[in-house]
Design a protein around this ligand. Sequence first.
Ligand SMILES: [Zn+2]
Length: 137
Amino acid sequence: MATTKDKDGKPQRRTLIKASDTKIMRHIKIKGEANPFDPAQESYFESRLGWKMDNNLKGKTKLLRLWWRQDKECPHCQEKITKETGWNIHHILPKAQGGKDNISNLMLLHPNCHRQIHSQKLEVVKPAPVKGGLDEA
Ligand SMILES: [Zn+2]
């Protein structure tokens, strides 16, 4: 708290905002040359999308639904995806080929599996959709 005077000279109590109250939000900036139709930049856009989704409620809900749809597993190695392993967003149909950011075109992969898939241009088996119309967002 800090005390200041108002225009009539009466003391006023004010709460100072501490720097530690402000949450640090690291933005991933679009690089000047970034082009969503360039296959080489697919993982760059995927990490940006993942970051965006993790930072708003609607996106977080989508992530959670993806995770449940995959039975919390990575479709590449069939191991569980946890907070500890971390995750990456992967487009089933790459953006470079017209793939959208719809939940039906997304899956979660371990960061390492994701790197392997992109560097070796592997196909990932699409997880079976869960019954109950969860597929479109
Ligand atoms: Zn994996």
